[in-house]
Ligand binder design. Sequence first.
Ligand code: KIV
Ligand code: NA
Length: 277
Amino acid sequence: TSKATTVSLQEMKRNRHKIVMLTAYDYPTAKVAEAGGTDVILVGDSLGMVVLGYDSTLPVTVDDMVHHTKAVTRGAKQTLIVTDLPFLSYHISTPEAVRNAGRLIQEGGADAVKLEGGREVIEQVQAIVRAGIPVCGHIGLQPQMVNQLGGYKVQGKDYEGAKRILEDALLLQAAGCFAIVLECVPTLLAQLISERLSIPTIGIGAGDGCDGQVLVIHDMLGITEKYLPKFAKKYAELAGDMTAAIATYSQEVRDGQFPEAHHGFKMSDEVLERLVE
Ligand code: KIV
Ligand code: NA
């Protein structure tokens, strides 16, 4: 299959072909994400929590995003790559937002960027799109706002909240976004937004009415043994497999069962004799 583009995703929506998005943060995860048939790889700032061990996404820098995007683009050359603009990299000024988005493309090799927010980031979205950089929106639960929200909670359950999210979706579409991630919003709201928009919605914790779905790869592969949010599904239990493999290795090294003769390299007896002379 050919590489998806920000334009072909809109065709997929029109043809009712669900869009498959998955995060990846390095060369091997990008390779398996591509081999498994993912349409879009998201280099999410969730990498701060998933691979760097921070408590939130807030400590992640543009340099971190560039570094990980470079590894991902080397591993998945046939997949559309979208990279997150991290906390505070697009709020200080519009020129700074364009500069940072440009770094993710020019230095990282991403095809597009994603940023969180609705009406408050419209100017930045317009300026980044004007520079030729496709932008994916992200509304509903915005993890970069965790301190403002007082935790990771479902958004848009009441009329005012739901209306605001719907309006933001329409504003982001008008500003030129090619797609919008809807995180942790009620299924019925996500379905309504998906029907109202001509650009695709990609849901996470947003039900089955979205035009596509995204999951964090370490969650769905069961690599991180931590609390999983209600919306995540584990398709494998790799942490268990990885731990068992390492336990076996540890035991075999201690017991002298590994390495075996065939894991080593030969040298002639003659060389050995000369060495011990
Ligand atoms: O950073 C991330 O992984 C994300 C997805 C959860 C949408 O933004
Ligand atoms: Na993110």
